[in-house]
Design a binder for this molecule. Structure first.
Ligand code: WTA
Length: 658
């Protein structure tokens, strides 16, 4: 089924000639499919001109001399060289002339009984400047790394922007990671400051963030200062000389702070993500290219009007929260919402209560949240109005047809286009998506590449699949402004990870299909990365954690289809232990300690042996099939070193199920 929203009256289509009266910025808004095609062609045929025109609509303290240089062979990729800007000037100062009193940020707390906070552009500007001055007073200067380990409080957003304002590099670590995982990231980027909460509220629970930070800092000599944003008021330790309460410092700080002039390729932030091998990688995004990409993709995909209200339910600890809670909406002068709580607290109607309370028009969430809410029953959503909604977005994992239909019918009431946005931490912003109300939304398809993005499908022998409809591993043909420039401290790993499988191309790690009309459907990871509830988890990382258990000899971790999480984690282990239940409990607490609760296995199976190739490699493909219950399609196992291991595991799995 293809749903076309071209007659949707919610979208006041603005004609190009009308737009031109409002200046260059608006003129670049794509307003029809033909317009999209033209922009896409233009972005490739006249790439330099295309990006120059867009970049010129932003504020630069020194104009750029060139548009782009470098390619996927030299990996010296640079955009807008010679230019100087500051992303916060473009997020904040630029809007003060016409929109000082427009709402910039609405913050909704964990509990619906607590007061929300609204900041206008003027107020947000002042808060960011105050925070910038606090950072400076504590010795933070351009190029220093500042780590955020916080819940979704307004100071996470203002703190990130404050770093950007003074040229410090922010690195946000999601509050669900363990002390050890936090320490690993702090050590890798040699952060000099950590900003945290006393505790975080998360639904009915609290998370002791400061206590976890203290534990992490036992092994992090680079950290000189810790700022604590009190939230729950619980009694916590303050280490003399190192730890300070953030709120009194902000209150006393000056509300003016000039922006640091940043070169286009100066680092903006580091964000860690899991890959198929080794420890998490710190992807580095730089100033101008990321800025243009976050702004431009937000504008084209969401197609917001001036009075609309946008809400992305992600956490700022992930890339979605960087690009589409913080930078993208503010660069476009829109109102962004930030939510501290969870979708099911106090009940499964919370998201919809918030939509009605603020009259949210653009709502962006992950399929896992949609499936979880769907499972709670329709009454939570049907009892709400939701009439303010105009556009729905999906991100983080493939959206299955059932979830797509439910989202469309129960939430969007079949009148809101759904933008299924495919992208990655590495890409900086959306790469493949429909444009709301402008190009078609197709269930389970991310659909079309944005201008500047040339996807390629290749087979395992690196042959490009040229036919219109095709299937293969998803690569990108040429650099785009928002791409990560390197892995912090390890450019060679960057090359190995993304550019060595298919030389001259960026390999995404995802598989995809293309239909006759050029629409892309992402089928999921083709490497050893599992996508659990929209979170990327490297199987190698989980295995390393499991192998630290003294009773574990060997382990293999694979993903399997999970009705709510998208994928679950299945751990096969060889162990001297006999009791699977006890082992599962022990491994859960071990993994919680080493990585964090998000990486806990859903199933643990003690196997007699793991299927291996003759060269001794574990055959994960077979384990994946067994975990998914697809034992009829295992293929030829006779060439294995130990084919009997497969039978044993299958028999055991069957007896577990009984
Ligand atoms: C997956 C999140 C299908 C994909 C923005 C990708 C998706 C990984 C989609 C990146 C989508 C993200 N459809 N799959 N719309 N969006 N993915 O770095 O496997 O946390 O490689 O970035 O999520 O996850 P990351």
């Amino acid at each position: 089924m293809i749903i076309s929203f071209s007659t949707n009256t919610n979208f006041s289509r603005i004609k190009l000639h009308e737009l031109s009266k409002r200046g260059l910025k608006e003129m670049d808004r794509i307003t029809s499919y033909e317009n999209y095609r033209e922009a896409w062609n233009n972005s490739h045929e006249n790439s330099q001109d295309y990006w120059r025109r867009i970049a010129e609509t932003y504020q630069w303290s020194r104009p750029f001399d060139s548009i782009s240089s470098g390619d996927f062979s030299d990996l010296e990729i640079k955009w807008f060289e010679g230019g100087q800007t500051n992303i916060t000037t473009n997020c904040l100062d630029r809007h003060l002339k016409h929109s000082a009193n427009k709402k910039a940020l609405i913050w909704e707390p964990n509990s619906p009984d607590e007061e929300s906070i609204t900041l206008t552009y003027q107020e947000l500007h002042a808060e960011v400047c105050r925070f910038s001055n606090v950072l400076k007073e504590h010795g933070i200067k351009k190029g220093d790394r500042v780590c955020f380990y916080m819940s979704m409080v307004p100071e996470l957003l203002t703190g990130v922007l404050a770093c950007a304002r003074i040229g410090a590099i922010h690195s946000v670590v999601f509050g669900g990671f363990s002390a050890q995982a936090l320490a690993g990231r702090i050590i890798d980027c040699e952060a000099v400051m950590v900003i945290t909460n006393d505790e975080a509220y998360r639904g009915a629970k609290t998370i002791p963030l400061k206590e976890i930070t203290d534990l992490a800092l036992e092994t992090c000599p680079s950290v000189k200062t810790v700022l604590v944003r009190e939230r729950t008021g619980s009694s916590i330790n303050y280490k003399e000389g190192r730890d300070h309460k953030l709120m009194p410092l902000l209150k006393a700080a000056n509300s003016k702070c000039p922006p640091e002039a940043m070169n286009s390729e100066d680092p903006l932030f580091i964000l860690y993500t899991s890959g198929s091998t080794g420890k998490p990688k710190g992807l580095l995004h730089t100033t101008a290219g990321y800025m243009i990409w976050a702004a431009e993709t937000f504008k084209q995909v969401f197609q917001m009007q001036n009075d609309d209200l946008y809400w992305c339910t992600a956490d700022i600890g992930w890339i979605t929260g960087h690009s589409y809670i913080t930078y993208g909406p503010l660069l476009n002068g829109q109102t962004t919402m930030m939510f501290e709580g969870t979708p099911t607290y106090p009940d499964a109607g919370r998201f919809w209560d918030i939509v009605d309370k603020y009259e949210v028009t653009h709502f962006y969430t992950a399929p896992t949240a949609i499936r979880a809410l769907q499972a709670c029953g329709p009454e939570h959503v049907r009892s709400k109005s939701l009439k303010s909604l105009k556009v729905l977005g999906s991100v983080g994992e493939p959206i299955n047809d059932e979830a797509w239909q439910w989202y469309n019918k129960e939430v969007g009431k079949e009148r809101c286009p759904i933008v299924d946005t495919w992208w990655q931490t590495e890409t900086g912003g959306i790469m493949i998506s429909s444009l709301a109300g402008v190009t078609e939304s197709i269930p389970t398809y991310a659909t079309l590449p944005l201008p500047g993005v040339k996807p390629l499908l290749v087979d395992s022998d690196a042959n490009i699949q040229d036919s219109k409809s095709a299937e293969g591993n998803l690569c990108i043909a040429s650099p785009w402004p928002g791409m990560a420039r390197t892995i912090w401290g390890d450019h060679e790993r960057y090359r190995q990870t993304y550019f060595s499988t298919y030389p001259g191309k960026y390999f995404t790690g995802d598989g995809a299909k293309r239909d006759e009309k050029g629409n892309y459907r992402i089928t999921g990871r083709v490497d050893d990365v599992i996508n659990v509830s929209g979170h990327r988890i490297g199987t190698a990382e989980v295995e390393d954690a499991i192998n630290e258990h003294p009773a574990v000899v060997e382990s293999a971790v694979v993903g399997y289809p999970h009705p709510i999480k998208g994928q679950g984690i299945y751990a096969f282990i060889i162990s001297s232990a006999q009791d699977e239940e006890i082992m599962a409990k022990e491994l859960n607490s071990l993994i919680t300690k080493i990585i964090g609760p998000i990486a806990k296995p859903d199933k643990v199976q003690i196997a007699a042996a793991l299927p291996k190739t003759r060269s001794g490699k574990i055959m994960r493909r077979i384990l994946r099939k067994i975990a998914a219950g697809e034992i009829d399609t295992l293929g030829d196992i006779s060439t294995l070193l130990n084919p009997e291991a497969v039978d044993q595991i299958i028999k055991q799995t069957a007896s577990i199920k009984e």
